[in-house]
Each structure stands twice: as structure tokens, then as C-alpha cells.
Design a protein around this ligand. Structure first.
Ligand SMILES: Cc1cc2nc3c(=O)[nH]c(=O)nc-3n(C[C@H](O)[C@H](O)[C@H](O)COP(=O)(O)OP(=O)(O)OC[C@H]3O[C@@H](n4cnc5c(N)ncnc54)[C@H](O)[C@@H]3O)c2cc1C
Length: 473
């Protein structure tokens, strides 16, 4: 019996796709990475996944889990291996408002969960622009961040429990609905952010929040990044940490936004270097109450802080959304980030994290260094500034891989000297393997290799991703 026959017998021939039927999975969302899988498997249940992994393990064939395929690090790719798509495992098993949890299968699309819980007055806080395609399993496996991390944390912080199928096909039930569970090693956290290298996440228990009663959203032009940080601190202090998003876009970002968006409009009459999109939320009914002038208290608070900072010269201009339509319009500039950053080639991507008070220094130090390496290099910056996560994209004048690597290394040198990290929210995949080799603590890398070897001795789970090959194995 061939492996494909064995898989067809295990999950049904209709769900073992080969040839042209795999076309949808041969390229990622942004068409940056390509795959040529032996087959795409579409299991319907945890038992199906278990059967698949047992067969793959017997045949020693690589298995690459794939969810929405929106990952930006080339992690869901294979040449000749099996792709295991979670797309049919898309049931929301339970929503329990009193416990503020949802129990979901790994193939549930983020927006599907967001809409389902919103009907019950609840919020699934993970907010990323790929939410219409990205799935729970993918978000957990990359520990996705997004623009609400400031208030709610990354995906890891939104998860209470997981169910995982191990490479040998055994099912590990860690579906705790508990906020406290000190029963030995935290195995759940091992699989979150592992990018499918240790097993397949098949289900999860997700924490929910109360839906905010009102939003105050503004686009603000500021004099400098330190001023922006000052604004963030004031808003946090004066609203009881109710800032949900604090996003930064530089002038080059806005310029490119207008280039690629035919119906796009500039945020202000003239370009500014520091453009901040801020969103503050109201949590109580009282805070969300609309006053006689049509505004809500949280909006008045935002307006008064902005007015004061306008008087001291820190705020140069501002637009405050007066309706949901205006709020959507303000967000649309920020949500175009992936299309903007990834639309130009050649392209050196970074996904760095810095201490908040080091972000301005990073930009001051990096600019002359990269232009010394490539005088004509273009850069675009967009950032989840509230959590220090900066996407600093470089567009060199040639596609020389050595130049690209030098630009990456130089960026990393500055980031690390400021106490930052080369990887914040997109994961390692294949795109940051060189950085892992250069920058990750060698003892930590050794421990990662040992964990991988112990859970997956035959190395079938998403091989070649996340952990760089050892120099002297
Ligand atoms: C327009 C756009 C905007 C984005 N914005 C953000 C952002 O703001 N913040 C952010 O963090 N990311 C962002 N991303 C990146 C991406 O959307 C996230 O990484 C997302 O979490 C990936 O989910 P996915 O379902 O598409 O996973 P995939 O791309 O399918 O897979 C990603 C990784 O997870 C593994 N995997 C998938 N499912 C499972 C499973 N069930 N078990 C084990 N492993 C699994 C895959 O093997 C792969 O390693 C953006 C991407 C785009 C295209």
C-alpha cells in the first residue's frame, strides 16, 4: 500500500488532494513563498489528524500544518511533503459568556470567532488585518500579535488550553478552562509559537473579554516619537490603561499608501513624519453613554489630552473619528500595511521589538548605517508602537543577497544593542533562520533542538523551520 492509499483509507479519498487540486496551497497569501506538496490532506477531526501523523511517521514523510496561509515567514511551505490543512476543522464548539471562554477547533477563522462572540456582547481581542483568512491554529502557532497587544497581550495570553496531536499520532489533552493550573511543566506554551514543528494544534480554549461600550479613535500628527510616547503614557494613566491600539506610520508609509491606494486620501493637509493611530476604549455602560453633544466621555478625554498637547507643540494636527464609518476609514490606512510593505521589491523585511523608550534612538542610529551600505536604500516604517514592535522595511537598490544580509545584520546589531529582539510577532519560519543562528542564545538553541528531538525523533513535523541546522551535529 502506498502512503497516499493509506492516507485515503484513513480520512477518505476526497480529502487527499494531489496535482492541480493542491493549487490553492501552492502559494502563500502574499505569493512570496511557494510549495509543491506530495498531497494536501484535509482532516475533519482530531482522530483523522492522529491517523495522518501515525502514517506519516511510519513512512517518515514530512508533515506541514497549514491554516490560513497568511504567515509572513515562509513557515507553511514544503517541497514533496504532506500539507495538513485544518480548514475543515472549523467548528466553534462552545461559547460560554459566564466563563468568558470559547472552545474552538483549530480551523476556525479569526473573524468567524470575532463575529460569533460579538453576537453575545463579547470580544475576541486578536486584531490582525489577515483576520478574514488566518485561523486559530495558525495564530496560536505563530503567537500572533497585532494592534491590540498593548491591552490584551499576544495570542499566547488569549489561550487557556490546547489539544495537540503529537508527531507519533498520540493526542495530548491540555484543554484546561482554568486560569490557574500548576501541574508541572507548562506544555501548552511549548506548542504556542512553535510554528508546527512539535505537533498539530487541533483545538483550543480561548479567553474572551467584554465588548467595549464605546471607542474613541484618532489619527494624530506628532512632533516626535518621544512626544508620542508621552501621549501614550498620559492616555494610559488618565483612562486606567484603556488604550487598545497605538500605531505609528512614518511619512514614507503614508506616501506609499497614497501610491498604491487609488481612492486613498492623505490623513492631513501636509505630510508629517510621525503619524499615530490611537484607539481608546470605554468598558462600562456609563463611559459609553452618549452625551447631549453626541460625544462619549472617553472621546472627550482623548480630545482634552490632545488639546493640551497641541498647546505645548507636541501634537501638530489630529482627526478624531465621529462615526463608525470615519473610524473604519482611519483604520484602513493602517490595515494596508502588509500590501504596502510587501508590494515593492527587492525587499528586506524586519519584525523587531524594542523597549518603548528606545524606539526613537533606533531610528536615529539605523538611518545613517543603512544608507552607508546602500546610498539609495528606501525605507518604510510601520509599528505597533504601543508594544515596541516595529516593522522597518528596507528596499535596497539591488537584489544582491549579500547586501540584504548586511542590511539585516546591521539592523539586528542596533536592535540588540538597545535590548531588543529580531523577531516580535511573525515568527521565524525560514525567513529568520540566519538571525536565529546568529542571535539566539546557543544554550537556548541547544535546548530547543533537544525538545524537538525528543518529541519528534524522526523529524517529520515541519522540518527546516524555526530551528537552524546545528553547525556540528
Ligand atoms: C495582511 C496581513 C496582515 C498581518 N498582520 C499581522 C499582525 O498584525 N500581527 C501578526 O502577528 N501577524 C500578522 N500577519 C501574519 C499572519 O496573519 C499571522 O502570522 C497569522 O497568525 C497566521 O495564521 P494562519 O492561519 O494564516 O497560519 P499559516 O500561515 O497557515 O501558518 C503559520 C504557521 O503556523 C503553523 N500552523 C498552522 N496551523 C497549525 C496548527 N493547527 N497546528 C500547528 N501548527 C500550525 C504552520 O505550519 C506555520 O508554521 C499578517 C499577515 C497578513 C497577510
Amino acid at each position: 500500500m502506498t502512503i497516499l492509499d493509506a492516507l485515503a483509507a484513513a480520512i477518505g479519498r476526497d480529502y487527499v488532494l494531489t496535482g492541480d487540486a493542491t493549487a490553492k496551497w501552492q502559494s502563500d497569501w502574499l505569493s512570496h513563498y511557494s510549495s509543491s506538496p506530495m498531497a494536501v490532506l484535509r482532516p475533519a477531526s482530531t482522530e483523522d489528524v492522529s491517523r495522518i501523523l501515525k502514517i506519516a511517521n511510519e513512512h517518515r514523510v514530512p508533515v506541514v500544518p497549514v491554516a490560513g496561509n497568511t504567515g509572513l515567514a515562509g513557515a507553511a511551505t514544503t517541497t514533496g511533503g504532506l500539507m495538513l490543512s485544518l480548514d475543515r476543522m472549523n467548528t466553534i464548539r462552545d461559547i460560554r459568556p459566564a466563563a468568558r471562554i470559547a472552545v474552538v477547533e483549530a480551523g476556525v477563522v479569526l473573524d468567524q470567532l470575532r463575529d460569533a462572540v460579538a453576537e453575545r456582547g463579547l470580544l475576541f481581542p486578536l486584531k490582525i488585518a489577515s483576520g478574514g483568512s488566518a485561523m486559530i491554529g495558525g495564530a496560536l502557532s505563530t503567537n500572533a500579535g497585532g494592534s491590540n497587544v498593548l491591552r490584551y497581550g499576544s495570542t499566547r495570553a488569549l489561550c487557556l488550553g490546547v489539544e495537540v496531536v503529537l508527531p507519533d499520532g498520540r493526542v495530548m489533552d491540555l484543554m484546561a478552562e482554568l486560569h490557574k493550573d500548576n501541574t508541572g511543566f507548562d506544555l501548552r506554551d511549548l506548542f504556542i509559537g512553535a510554528e508546527g514543528t512539535l505537533g498539530v494544534i487541533t483545538a483550543a480554549v480561548i479567553k474572551l473579554q467584554k465588548m467595549p461600550t464605546a471607542y474613541a479613535t484618532a489619527m494624530i500628527a506628532m512632533r516626535s516619537l518621544p512626544d508620542a510616547l508621552r501621549l501614550l503614557r498620559r492616555l494610559q494613566d488618565e483612562t486606567g490603561n484603556a488604550v487598545e491600539a497605538f500605531e505609528y506610520m512614518d511619512a514614507a508609509y503614508m506616501e506609499r499608501y497614497l501610491e498604491v491606494t487609488p481612492d486613498g486620501t492623505p490623513p492631513f493637509d501636509r505630510p508629517h513624519d510621525v503619524n499615530i493611530l490611537v484607539e481608546v476604549v470605554a468598558s462600562s455602560e456609563q463611559e459609553g453613554q452618549v452625551g447631549p453633544d453626541g460625544s462619549v466621555p472617553v472621546q472627550r478625554k482623548l480630545e482634552s489630552v490632545l488639546a493640551e498637547m497641541f498647546d505645548d507643540g507636541a501634537v501638530l494636527d489630529a482627526t478624531i473619528a465621529q462615526s463608525q464609518t470615519q473610524r473604519r476609514a482611519l483604520w484602513s490606512r493602517r490595515e494596508a500595511a502588509a500590501a504596502i510593505a510587501h508590494g515593492l521589491k527587492p525587499f528586506v523585511d524586519t519584525d523587531i521589538c524594542l523597549p518603548l523608550d528606545a524606539v526613537a534612538e533606533f531610528f536615529d542610529r539605523i538611518a545613517p548605517l543603512v544608507s552607508a551600505l546602500d546610498h539609495g536604500v528606501r525605507t518604510i516604517s510601520v509599528s505597533h508602537l504601543g508594544d515596541g514592535n516595529v516593522h522597518y522595511s528596507l528596499y535596497p537598490t539591488s537584489d544582491d543577497p549579500e547586501l540584504a544580509d548586511k542590511l539585516t545584520e546591521t539592523t539586528e546589531d542596533v536592535v540588540l544593542s538597545l535590548g531588543g529582539s529580531f523577531s516580535a510577532e511573525h515568527g521565524i519560519g525560514v525567513s529568520k533562520l540566519n538571525s536565529m543562528k546568529r542571535r539566539k542564545d546557543p544554550v537556548a538553541l541547544d535546548v530547543m533542538r533537544k525538545i524537538k528531538a525528543s518529541l519528534d525523533p524522526l523529524g517529520i513535523m515541519n522540518p527546516g523551520k524555526v530551528i537552524p541546522r546545528a553547525e556540528n551535529p
